[in-house]
Design a protein around this ligand. Structure first.
Ligand SMILES: *Cc1c(COP(=O)(O)O)cnc(C)c1O
Length: 406
């Protein structure tokens, strides 16, 4: 009889977004006349830049011709896209990353999840708390997390690094030795961005101990503060200890189109092996590449028109985040994030818990947020709001929240 991977049985239900949906549906059913504004969404809302769709149309037409047809492409992605990324996301920032260190994929979520294939079962895994749940659940599925304790909301074998107001939402180096360290900056959910000085100790730690940094940079495009690094490889020594995940999802509106990439430097060796060679082997075995049409669309992000259109869309989200941040601060809430990030992280007033404040905003302001506790124990006492909504609705939502908490 077949044996299942019983690590799956240890996973708690994915409670957060289903519970939000349940509470929103119940409220709407009881109050059908109330128009809710959703500031909980973690998805973009603006259409794809015109330069992207034009490139995709052109690629579709090519596919309809004998000479322009593309079958299986390179598993690692087409050279035209890898070269554009190497030149514009790295070289232009003074960082030498070669095209064959860049692997195009269908998503940073998949890559963050799949990367665990490269690492042994006994590694100690450290995650920020609060956290993007993918890092935790994929390690649980592959048997590295131990057992989940409902009461504490923690897995027995994971090392949780609290990111709270007291440490400026930057994790402290773990007190015990760890092997796989997930960092995400600008952070989802807190919206905190990391400076060069804040990242340097992590690179130093990983090189010194032989650990690996798994650096999720999905929100890099939202960085506006001068001096905040756009890639972990701006830190000296990162090429011997870090894998970086990037995505066109939040950058260029590709959440439904699907394109991302992962950088595995050739200088990155562990256990006597090249992680670049291992990831290449893994991708060639389990992945057949991203559609040609989609990669042509992603390439257009790097054209002058594409860049301008992407920046215009980002400016809308950035301004929404600013409106939320400044509005809630003016109303007396303690807020952070929302500067180099679409996410604003707000302390609940009077120490009420995340879900209580969520309910209050839902019922009294008719605004949907995300309770911080859903991202981990240290998210308790916070809510997350996002700049991905419509500008007018965002302004209206902030006014409603202000009226409620005043
Ligand atoms: C949205 C998001 C991603 C992007 O995932 P895709 O699969 O590329 O859409 C990755 N990491 C974090 C933290 C995110 O919030």
């Amino acid at each position: 009889m077949v044996q299942i991977n019983d690590n799956f049985l240890k996973l708690p239900g994915s409670y957060l977004f289903s519970e939000i949906a349940r509470r929103v549906a119940a409220y709407s059913a009881a109050h059908p006349e109330k128009a809710l504004i959703k500031l909980g969404i973690g998805d973009v809302t603006l259409p794809l830049p015109q330069a992207v769709t034009a490139a995709m149309h052109k690629a579709v037409d090519e596919m309809a011709t004998a000479s322009g047809f593309h079958g299986y492409g390179p598993e690692q992605g087409y050279a035209f896209l890898r070269e554009a990324i190497a030149a514009q996301d790295y070289k232009a920032r003074g960082v030498d990353i070669a095209p064959d260190e860049i692997f195009i994929s269908d998503g940073a979520k998949s890559d963050c999840g799949n990367i665990v294939d490269l690492f042994g079962p006994d590694n100690k895994v450290a995650v920020c708390d609060p956290v993007y749940p993918v890092y935790v659940d994929t390690n649980a599925m592959s048997g590295r997390a131990g057992v989940y304790d409902e009461k504490s909301g923690k897995w027995s074998n994971l090392v949780y690094m609290p990111c709270v107001a007291e440490n400026g939402f930057m994790p402290d180096l773990p007190g015990e030795l760890v092997d796989m360290i997930y960092l995400c900056f600008p952070n989802n959910p807190t919206g905190a961005a990391a400076t060069m000085d804040q990242l340097k100790p992590w690179v130093e730690y990983a090189n010194r101990t032989g650990a690996i940094l798994l650096y999720d940079s999905a929100y890099e495009a939202f960085i506006t503060t001068p001096g905040v690094p756009h890639t972990i490889y701006e830190i000296d020594g990162a090429q011997t200890c870090a894998i970086e995940f990037r995505s066109f999802s939040k950058t260029a509106g590709f959440t439904g189109t699907r394109c991302a990439y992962t950088v595995v430097p050739k200088a990155l060796q562990r256990g006597g092996a090249s992680l670049n060679a291992m990831w290449n082997r893994r991708q060639c075995t389990k992945f057949n590449g991203v559609p040609y049409v989609v990669q042509r669309g992603a390439e257009a992000v790097y054209t002058p028109e594409g860049r301008a259109q992407v920046q215009a869309n980002l400016a809308v989200y950035q301004n929404n985040a600013k409106v939320i941040r400044e509005g809630l601060a003016a109303a007396g809430l303690t807020v952070s994030g929302g500067v180099d990030s679409p996410y604003v992280w707000a302390r609940t007033p009077d120490g009420v818990d995340s879900w209580t404040f969520f309910d209050r905003l839902l019922q009294e302001a008719n605004v949907v947020t995300t309770p911080g506790a859903g991202f981990g124990p240290s998210g308790e006492g916070y809510i997350r709001l996002t700049g991905f909504g419509q500008p007018d609705a965002t302004k209206e939502a902030v006014e409603r929240v202000k009226a409620v908490i005043r």
